[in-house]
Design a protein around this ligand. Structure first.
Ligand code: 5RP
Length: 318
């Protein structure tokens, strides 16, 4: 029990700061200022409040690809990278089996799934690069045929800050994937957990600014707190500008390290709130130096050439 406050002179002995209005703190993250406390606190673990940006390390590929190159042994390849990112994007299986529960990093939990990469991307017939193309095999569910794959109680047990749901705009099962998204948003809203819509791309879905403007905006309108999409060489600033919540970019297929750093730099300059990158980090020639170089670009104001120099210096030291 607290000691009694024995002061008798009440007002004279106390300081009520009556001339100072109580501060109304602002919130640093785009579109997020009207959320509740718990959700803001979780987002502050994902995004660095000093820079407003995040480095999410994506290694959830196994959920539909199995042991992807660089992820054959997550304990060997990903744990050394963990200290240098802000958030781990992963599946619950890898989280429980490999990631130490003592980690201080935010968790972005893969929450949709159900088909594998040997399923076709979509049942689709048309023309691509001037050639007739037919996708889809009878008897196979296409990749877009996903379900939600994690209960909200399980997400709470795993202390997730973000739930990641794949969304297949323009695909055969667009509606189903959008329902997976909105059901997850409703469940997560009860507990102040953020939801990230992940833009799926495939041969039948063009990686154009027009496509990403539409896909990211639809996800934000439906209630996503974060949207993930790919960077485009042109007009990317229009994608970030018309999306009212933070956008993080996927890295995509492995490219030369300098190109990947340039892409991360351009995306942030064009309004992205960071990266959710996988293969361009864990498949780099030197993954820890690459992770540190990406950090330089996203959080420390480095230009791509400077970050690439850092990458090479660290690589040569090792
Ligand atoms: C799968 C995902 C992956 O997490 C993400 O795309 C992987 O990142 P990268 O493309 O940088 O390897 O969302 O759809």
């Amino acid at each position: 029990m607290a000691d009694l406050d024995t002061s008798t002179a009440d007002k004279q002995d106390k300081e009520y700061f009556t001339d100072t209005p109580q501060k109304v703190p602002d919130f640093f993250l785009k579109g997020s200022h009207q959320y509740d406390w718990g959700l803001k606190n979780r987002l502050s673990k994902v995004f660095n409040p000093k820079t407003g940006r995040t480095i999410m390390l994506a290694f959830d590929h196994g959920y539909f690809m199995g042991p992807t190159t660089g992820l054959e042994r997550v304990d060997q390849t990903i744990l050394p990278l963990e200290p240098h990112c802000d958030c781990l994007m992963l599946t619950r299986g890898i989280q429980r089996s490999i990631i130490p529960a003592s980690t201080q990093k935010a968790i972005a939990l893969r929450s949709s799934g159900g088909t594998s990469m040997i399923s076709p991307m979509d049942e689709w017939e048309g023309e691509l690069d001037g050639k007739a193309l037919k996708l889809g095999r009878p008897g196979y569910e296409p990749l877009s045929y996903e379900d939600t794959a994690v209960d909200i109680e399980e997400a709470i047990r795993l202390n997730a800050s973000v739930l990641a749901v794949q969304v297949f705009i323009g695909s055969q099962h667009e509606r189903r994937s959008l329902q997976n998204l909105t059901k997850t948003i409703d469940a997560a809203a009860r507990y102040g957990i953020a939801v990230m819509g992940v833009t799926a791309v495939g041969r039948a879905m063009a990686r154009t600014p027009k496509y990403f403007r539409m896909a990211t905006r639809i996800m934000a309108e439906l209630g996503c707190h974060i949207v993930k999409c790919y960077h485009t060489d042109e007009e990317f600033e229009t994608v970030t500008s018309c999306c009212p919540v933070p956008i993080v970019i996927a890295g995509g297929k492995k490219r030369p390290e300098l190109d990947a750093l340039q892409m991360a730099y351009d995306a942030c300059e064009q309004g992205a709130s960071g990266v959710d990158m996988g293969r361009n980090i864990f498949q780099a020639d030197a993954p820890v130096p690459m992770m540190k170089a990406v950090r330089g670009v996203v959080h420390e104001g480095m230009k791509p050439a400077e970050a690439f120099q850092l990458y090479n210096d660290l690589k040569n030291e090792a």
